[in-house]
Each structure stands twice: as structure tokens, then as C-alpha cells.
Write a protein of this length. Structure first.
Length: 255
């Protein structure tokens, strides 16, 4: 039988190792809101690579966790749409297949093409689902985005009107330049995400890491970012264990 001193010594080593890994390599997060649907659902538990951006810069298309610029005590997760110095434009257009008007992103004069997939019913809400394509260093990264039939938060284009706004349309900013040392991020649930379109840009130093895998998933109630803490994290994981979504476990975001 191990002595108490040896047991505590081994336990301390384990705790220190976990803290070092969490501080430098990998950190676990859970998805509290619907802003990244359909890519990430409420109740997805993800791992974030904290080392990758010590060796490289965030790229367009990356799903990143960052400290919310308005309140750095909160962690947000969004997709990088544009980087330092990029010219970002929003273009409204009519899609004949979806039979609706939506808006697409144009970066440095090149649009991110949208391909209509279907009208999807998710938890009683209807979304127009599109496939968006982003050119990342010559490789096309494709992911799904949703436009709501009845937007909950976002109606139309963008409302950010900071000094970087180069063109307005109907009191909405539709063209602006991303400042050096900053990133422009958006949620994949385009009409239900508060992101760079509303509060501005993410400073490079606020970026924590890149999401790379869903390690567990289950049906849980939504949370606001302000609700997320250690207690609610354990509660959400417990509820997810009771109502698992096995088909989502092990899904990677690597390209």
C-alpha cells in the first residue's frame, strides 16, 4: 500500500502535468450557444490547440477560441473570415434555388461562393443551408452556413460603424478594412451570431487557439457566455452524458 506522502506526491505531479498541458498545449471548451451551428451544436465539447498559433498565424476558415474584446473575461468561438489588412465587403444577392435574398462575403475582391443545399428544420426553426467556400493558401475549405427564415438577432447585413468602415448602405457598414494585428470573425449561424459585424475585430493577442476536434457531444440546454463557468461546465457535461450524440464524437476540423 502506498504511503500517504507518496500518494500525494504522485497526485501533485498529475495535477501539475494537467495544468501545464492546459496552459500550453490543449484546452477543453463546451459550446454554449447556437452561433456556430450547423458546424458546432450546443452541447459539443471540443479540444482547442493552444500551441499552433505560437508557431503560425490564424488562417481564414479557422475556428478559433478567443477572449471577447468587449469583455476579455469571456471566451468566444467563431470562424476567421479575414485577417490583418484585408478588405471585407458584404454583397446582397438573390439565390434562385433558395428563392430568397442572402448576403455573401467578398475579401480583397474575391467572393466566398455560396451553394444552396436545402431548407432545414432544426429544433423547430427553419434555416436556409448553404455551403460556403474559402480559399486557404490555394486549398478550398468548405463548410455549411445557415441563414434563418426568421432571424433572432441579426437582420440584414452589418451594423459595425467604426472608423474602419469604408462604405455604408442604409446605415449599415458593407465595406471596411481589417486593422493590422486584428482578425474579422463570424459565426456560421449567420443571422444568429453577434460577431465582428457588431463589436469589431479580434486583436491577435486575444486569440487562445484553434478548435480541432469534438471529443464528446450531447443534448443540453443553451447558455449565454456570461453563464459559462466551472460549475455549469460540469453540469453540461453531466447532462450530455445522459443524452449523448454519439455520431458527432471524433469529428475533426483539420485541413
Amino acid at each position: 500500500m502506498k504511503s500517504a506522502s507518496r500518494w500525494f506526491g504522485e497526485f501533485a505531479i498529475i495535477v501539475i502535468a494537467v495544468l501545464l498541458i492546459r496552459a500550453t498545449l490543449v484546452q477543453a471548451f463546451n459550446i454554449p450557444s447556437a452561433s456556430m451551428q450547423p458546424t458546432l451544436l450546443i452541447g459539443d465539447f471540443i479540444l482547442v490547440n493552444k500551441l499552433v498559433y505560437n508557431l503560425s498565424e490564424p488562417r481564414r476558415g479557422d475556428i478559433v477560441v478567443f477572449k471577447y474584446p468587449v469583455n476579455p473575461s469571456l471566451d468566444y468561438i467563431k470562424r476567421v473570415i479575414a485577417g490583418p489588412g484585408d478588405l471585407v465587403e458584404f454583397e446582397e444577392f438573390y439565390d434562385p434555388k433558395a428563392e430568397m435574398r442572402v448576403y455573401r462575403v467578398r475579401v480583397n475582391g474575391k467572393e466566398y461562393p455560396l451553394k444552396y443545399i436545402t431548407l432545414r428544420n432544426f429544433n423547430g426553426h427553419f434555416y436556409y443551408e448553404f455551403e460556403e467556400s474559402i480559399n486557404v493558401d490555394g486549398k478550398i475549405v468548405k463548410h455549411r452556413v445557415w441563414y434563418s427564415t426568421y432571424p433572432l438577432k441579426v437582420a440584414g447585413l452589418v451594423s459595425y460603424n467604426g472608423e474602419e468602415c469604408l462604405q455604408q448602405k442604409g446605415n449599415l457598414c458593407v465595406k471596411f478594412r481589417v486593422p493590422e494585428g486584428h482578425y474579422f470573425v463570424m459565426g456560421d449561424n449567420r443571422d444568429n451570431s453577434e460577431d465582428s459585424r457588431f463589436w469589431g475585430f479580434v486583436p491577435r493577442e486575444n486569440v487562445i487557439g484553434k478548435a480541432f476536434v469534438i471529443y464528446f457531444s450531447g443534448k443540453v440546454p443553451p447558455l449565454t457566455p456570461e453563464d459559462v463557468n466551472l460549475f455549469t461546465g460540469f453540469r453540461q457535461l453531466f447532462l450530455a452524458l445522459l443524452h449523448p450524440r454519439v455520431e458527432r464524437i471524433g469529428h475533426f476540423f483539420i485541413y
